[in-house]
Design a protein. Sequence first.
Length: 445
Amino acid sequence: MFGSGRFTTDSAAEGLVAYLSTSPSPFHAVESTVRLLEEAGFVRLDEVDVWPTAPGRYVTTRGGSLVAWSSEQVGEGAFTKASAETVPGFRIVGAHTDSPNLRIKPRPDHERAGWQMLGVEPYGGLLLNSWLDRDLGLSGRVSVREADGSVGTRLFQCDEPLLRVSQLAIHLDRSTNDGLTLNKQAHMEPHWALSQVPTFGEWLADQVGVEPLDVLAWDAMTHDTQAPARTGLHHEFVAGARMDNLATSFAATTALLDAVENPADEPVIPLIVLFDHEEIGSMSERGAFSAYLPTVLERIVSTLGGSRDALHRSLARTVIASGDMAHATHPNYADRHEPAHHIAMNGGPVLKVNTNLRYATDAVGAAHFAAACRQAGVPMQEFVVRSDLPCGSTVGPMTAALSGATTVDFGAPTLSMHSIRELVGAADQAMYAAALAAFLAPRGA
């Protein structure tokens, strides 16, 4: 329960700061998560291997996506003779690892007006102006030719201030403060040197310890080098990059670690899934619109002795909580929010509702999430977008459609969403994790 010592404001906020610092790309976020899970006894499984039939704590990864679960609570052969009352269901918390940023093009090197530039392509719906005049590092993964001729993958992270997208001085555009217009092709390319430099591929080869000709391809991206930090007069906020949606990924991981130590009263399998590519529509081999999660669920049931029929029976008892950050009411733009649904920073988790199902929440899913907040002893807020504004979406609706399971969308209050540096409440992070732990391990009244 929140306040019992298992979830505290300081531990949750400081844990989030550390997690953000080691997770500049989706690939690094997955590895940061795996490290936390392995410390608690989770075993990493490769998708191409035969998975163990013994109940346990497991995690499997695919690029920037991850699924982790524990079958300890249901035991060996849990699906073999299960009745309608005892067939285990899944309790799933979903989130995503990707965030809007500037990504390096395949042939990025060029010169302009004596400056050495890198070609970039905006990824997702980033707030372009927030990337101006920031010190940017580079991170991601590289595909390389190994010594035996095979293709290998290596991560890299350089937190040095290598790149900058410099803004035009106001003297050269007096109308800037009347409305800044940025062209993604012409105005967002970063510079990183004046004199002749190694090509980006050569620089990257040095980062991962191979010869330049052995660099085959990359998924490389920029990130803000300013460290995340506690902010505010009373340190009541956490400011940093990629809160959307690594704050949820971290809360989900923390919640799963708690749920396996404090299991549910009923036969459930707690599971978290962290998807890549949410910010660009999830249509990939590891996005929420893929077969990744359904395939893993089927394999889990199979290893525990269940048939395909058992899988569908289990899904009928499954509840999914899709987590993505929620818009806190902005003090300077309060009129942009639904008047009866203001969202307070440090006011607790947020239930997200949209009657057109941009969020997957219905009354049944909402009841499950409200029960989890009550079990955790935390307040719950309710978000509805203004009727005259478009509503964003999440992985919730597509996960619900692919699984057929009851699904609810939720989040934590955030300001400056999709900026290079976002803001969340410090106390919200503890309440967030506590509510998700209760959701993963439901108990009777």
